[in-house]
Design a protein around this ligand. Structure first.
Ligand SMILES: *Cc1c(COP(=O)(O)O)cnc(C)c1O
Length: 381
C-alpha cells in the first residue's frame, strides 16, 4: 500500500522565473546564463528545476554530479550540461563519452581525454583566480592553456573561474580577481586563442553589482531565492523570491496529559497544568533537526504557531497548548504560510544554528517535491 509522504515540499516555479529574469537583467542581455543545479538544485529537486530552467531558456546547466546529469537526460533535458570539476580522469572520460562537457583542471586530465577520444570533444578549462581550490592558478595559466590547445581532439569551448565571497567586505577582493581574470582572457584572445564561453561571476558578484568582460555568468543561489551572503543586510537581496515555497506534514496523533503526568519526550515531568501535544510522522529521518540550545522552532497549525517540543528519528512533537480541536489528519506547515503566519527558511536555519542553504541540504532529497506554476499561485506574493 502506498503510504502518504511524511513530509512534502512545494516549489514555486513562478519565483524561479522571476529570479532568472532578475539575474538576466542584472547581468545584461549580452551575457549567457549558465544555471547551477548542483546538489539536487540546492535541495529543490533537480528534475523539476531543470525542466523549468529549460522552459525558461537558460543557456546551459552546470552540476558537479554525473548522476544528476544522467538523471536529467533521462527526463528529457537537452540543454548542454557542464560538469564542474567532479572526478579523476577516468570518471571524467565517462562523462565525455556520455556527451557531457567536462571541466579540465589539470594537464594529465586533458591529455587522457585527448588521447582517447576520436572526434573533437567539448571541454571547459578551469582557472584558479584566487579561490585556491580547483583549476590552474592564474600565474601559470598562460602556459597551461597553450599546452592544452596543442592537444588533438579537444574543442576548448569555455574558460572559467569562480570567485565567490560570503561577506561584502570581500567585494573589493572579488572585483580585483574578476579584473585579473578579464585581463588574462584578453591576453589569450590577443594571442589568437578563442573561447565561445568565458565566465567568472556567480550570484554574489551579480547581487553586489560587480562587472566583468566575460560573456557568461554561472548562477545558483540567487535562482532559488537564496542569499549567498552570510551576514544579512550587507547587499540588498530583497528582490529575490524563495523557490522553496512550503514544506508540509500532518498530525497523526494527539494526546492529553493531566496535571502531574509526564511528557518525557519533551523533557516535561510532573506537569504543573494539563497539556495537549500533537505528533507528526516526520523527524530526523526526513532531515529535521532539534533546535539548538536557547532557540525555539515552531510549526503552523490552523494558522497559528505551535512550538516544537521534540524531534526524534521519525517523529516530531508539538505543543498544542491553547489550540482547540486539532485532530489527526490536520495539515502542519513546517515552512511557508498558513493564513497570515509564516515560517521562513531563515527562521528554521536560525533554530538549527546553521545557514539556510545548510538547512536545505539536510532536507534535500528526503521527500517528494511538487511544482507550483506561476498561474497556480494562491497565497501570498
Ligand atoms: C556553485 C558554483 C557556481 C554558482 O555559485 P552561486 O554562488 O550558487 O551562484 C558558479 N561556479 C562554480 C564553479 C560553482 O561551483
Amino acid at each position: 500500500m502506498n503510504q502518504p509522504a511524511a513530509v512534502c515540499a512545494e516549489i514555486d516555479l513562478g519565483a524561479l522565473a522571476s529570479n532568472v529574469r532578475l539575474m538576466q537583467q542584472i547581468a545584461g542581455s549580452d551575457k549567457q546564463l549558465i544555471a547551477s543545479i548542483k546538489a539536487n538544485a540546492y535541495g529543490h529537486g533537480v528534475v523539476p528545476i531543470a525542466q523549468a530552467l529549460q522552459d525558461l531558456k537558460v543557456d546551459a546547466l552546470a552540476t558537479g554530479s554525473l548522476k544528476e546529469a544522467q538523471l536529467l537526460r533521462q527526463h528529457g533535458i537537452v540543454l548542454p550540461i557542464l560538469l564542474f570539476a567532479f572526478a579523476d580522469s577516468e570518471l571524467t572520460m565517462r562523462a565525455v563519452t556520455e556527451g557531457f562537457i567536462p571541466t579540465l583542471t589539470h594537464l594529465q586530465m586533458a591529455e587522457a581525454i585527448s588521447g582517447v577520444v576520436k572526434n573533437p570533444t567539448s571541454v571547459y578549462l578551469k582557472i584558479d583566480a584566487g579561490l585556491g581550490r580547483l583549476g590552474e592558478p592564474l600565474d601559470s595559466a598562460r602556459q597551461w592553456v597553450e599546452k592544452i590547445f596543442q592537444l588533438p581532439n579537444l574543442r576548448i569551448e569555455g574558460i572559467y573561474t569562480h570567485v565567490p565571497f560570503a561577506d561584502s567586505k570581500q567585494r573589493d577582493w572579488a572585483a580585483q580577481r574578476l579584473q585579473a581574470f578579464d585581463q588574462f582572457v584578453a591576453e589569450l584572445k590577443n594571442a589568437g586563442y578563442q573561447f565561445s564561453v568565458t565566465q567568472a561571476m556567480a550570484s554574489c558578484c551579480l547581487l553586489a553589482r560587480l562587472q566583468d568582460h566575460c560573456n557568461a555568468v554561472c548562477v545558483g543561489h540567487a535562482l532559488y531565492g537564496l542569499s549567498p551572503f552570510s551576514s544579512p543586510g550587507s547587499v540588498d537581496v530583497s528582490q529575490l523570491r524563495p523557490v522553496m515555497k512550503n514544506l508540509k506534514s500532518r498530525i497523526i496523533h494527539t494526546s492529553h496529559h493531566a496535571e502531574g503526568s509526564d511528557i518525557a519526550v519533551g523533557g516535561l515531568y510532573g506537569l504543573k497544568r494539563p497539556r495537549t501535544i500533537g505528533v507528526l510522522p516526520t523527524g530526523m529521518a526526513h532531515g529535521l533537526c532539534k533546535p539548538v540550545e536557547g532557540k525555539v522552532m515552531a510549526v503552523l497549525i490552523r494558522g497559528r504557531k505551535a512550538k516544537v517540543l521534540s524531534v526524534s528519528l521519525e517523529h516530531t512533537t508539538v505543543d498544542l497548548d491553547g489550540m482547540e480541536g486539532v485532530s489527526p489528519g490536520d495539515p502542519v506547515t513546517l515552512l511557508g504560510y498558513d493564513g497570515d503566519e509564516e515560517i521562513t527558511l531563515s527562521s528554521i536555519a536560525t533554530a538549527w544554528g546553521i545557514q539556510p542553504l545548510e538547512a536545505l541540504m539536510r532536507l534535500s532529497g528526503r521527500f517528494p517535491i511538487r511544482s507550483m506554476d506561476a498561474t497556480e499561485e494562491s497565497g501570498r506574493i
